[in-house]
Design a binder for this molecule. Structure first.
Ligand code: UDX
Length: 445
């Protein structure tokens, strides 16, 4: 059993804290946001994540998990300190904003009176870990007794608990010419995972930082690759979904992350590829990553494409038409609307004069906060009432299985655009709907 502190109780930190307690450790979650702490202490997860509330409640009850706003309490309690705060994109720049990560070290280090291990989990530009290690030692009364490692997190929203307790791999970056304390701490904390034969890769700090950014850059590239092919499919009258199935059978390619549609969004992929480009530029390796600029461009073009298709569907001018939007979250099983392509499209269509009503099973509150000027409905039917076009922009299960006949009496025109290629095109067409997928053949709605 290790005594652990986790700094930051957002998506990453709250999940990590609860899951470390689930592994049997004693954990204190620390945040500066009193509102978040109050919810977590009451067993409430401040965002939607299947399965997390159970883990949280179970470990609160078992007394293994507590929350606090006090860095002093955490410094006195824990031997291993995880950094799980956000690294958002800087305003008006591509680079990552490291304010929160630095502030954890600035506040925590002066309180470290005895030897301690700091493990970073946040996604940071390569070189950050080495800098933070030096800073922590300079500021800590324990001095050289403070060692730092980087242990990047690969969890996906919607699968956060599963990905934390059963990851594909564990990666740990360690400092050169130091003791083996960091690795020993990680091996003890993750003992249960290691006994399940989860691959454990110990690297230098820079490699560990780059593993994370490269993995996200690869995933983003894969999505933009298939979306670029979707553009060609549309021009050539081919079907990108069948194409993806066919190329995906080649195990070197693989079918996963080849779903063409309105592209990637969320709190990670978009900002991570931009921060990666910015950092490569600082290191004098900018040419190496210029292709990511194109990956970003292809991705943003998907949004405009759906706006164009919607406009064409109503005869070339959106003014005065009604559009029902199903889906606002950046992906299903999440209430996250950060950089969500769905909300972005809804907003653009409204700005072109249409009246847009949005429904999402979980992301309504977050959407209202981010885009207060859109109209929101409480269910699928009210979102689609009187619609001239229906757009499906997040592939929630309840949208996938929608019965075309049930919407028929509600809409003004039977036109549907499937922004995620998640509906059964034949079934919608058989019910008399003008169906249009992305990168797929077929008449415009
Ligand atoms: C991602 C990484 O997968 C995860 O490893 C990392 O730790 C954080 O970033 P997440 O942001 O939760 O996780 O979402 P992910 O499932 O990767 O999806 C990202 C976006 O890509 C979503 O908007 C999704 O709709 C889109 N996507 C995904 C596609 O458009 N097509 C696909 O084939 C797959």
């Amino acid at each position: 059993m290790t005594r652990i502190a986790v700094f930051g109780t957002g998506y990453l930190g709250a999940t990590h804290a609860a899951c470390m307690a689930e592994l049997g450790h004693e954990v204190i979650g620390v945040d500066v946001d009193a509102g978040k702490l109050a919810k977590l202490e009451a067993g409430e997860v401040p965002f939607y994540e299947p399965g997390l509330e159970d883990v949280l409640k179970r470990n609160l009850q078992a007394g293994r998990l507590t929350f606090s706003s006090s860095y002093r309490e955490a410094a006195e309690f824990a031997d291993v300190h995880f950094i799980g705060v956000g690294t958002p994109q800087k305003k008006g720049e591509f680079a990552a904003d490291l304010t929160y990560v630095d502030s954890v070290i600035d506040t925590l280090a002066p309180l470290l009176a005895r030897p301690a291990v700091i493990l970073g989990k946040s996604t940071v530009p390569v070189g950050t870990a080495a800098r933070l290690a030096e800073k922590a030692r300079a500021k800590a009364p324990a001095g050289d007794g403070v060692e730092l490692g980087w242990n990047p997190e690969f969890l996906r929203e919607g699968y956060a608990v599963q990905d934390t307790l059963h990851p594909d791999r564990l990666v740990l970056g360690v400092e050169a010419n130091r003791t083996t304390r960091v690795e020993e701490a990680a091996r003890e904390i993750y003992a249960q995972l290691l006994s399940d034969d989860i691959p454990f890769l110990v690297t230098d700090l820079a490699t560990a930082e780059l593993v994370k950014t490269s993995a996200n850059a690869f995933l983003a590239t894969k999505i933009s690759f298939i979306n670029a092919i979707a553009e060609v499919c549309e021009a050539a009258g081919a079907d990108v979904t069948m194409l993806a199935d066919a190329i995906g059978h080649d195990i070197r390619i693989g079918r996963k992350f080849l779903n063409a549609g309105i592209g990637f969004g969320g709190g990670c992929l978009p900002k991570d590829i931009r921060a990666f480009m910015a950092r490569a530029g600082e290191l004098g390796a900018d040419q190496a990553l210029t292709f990511l600029r194109e990956v970003d461009n292809i991705n943003m073009r998907r949004r405009t494409r759906v706006v164009d298709l919607t406009r064409e569907a109503v005869g070339g001018n959106l003014l005065g038409f009604r559009v029902g939007v199903l889906g606002a979250a950046f992906k299903p099983d999440s209430d996250d609307v950060r950089d969500s392509p769905a909300l972005n499209i809804a907003g653009q269509i409204q700005l072109q004069g249409a009246s847009v009503t949005v429904f999402d099973p979980k992301a309504m509150d977050n959407s209202r906060r981010l885009f207060p000027t859109l109209s929101y409905a409480t269910d699928i039917e009210s979102a689609c009432a009187g619609a001239d076009v229906v757009l499906v922009l997040t592939e929630w299960q309840e949208f996938r299985v929608l019965n075309p006949a049930s919407l028929e009496p509600i809409v003004r025109q039977k036109k549907i655009i499937d922004g995620r290629n998640c509906l059964d095109a034949t079934s919608w067409r058989n019910h008399g709907w003008a169906y249009r997928g992305l990168g797929r053949t077929g008449p415009l709605p």
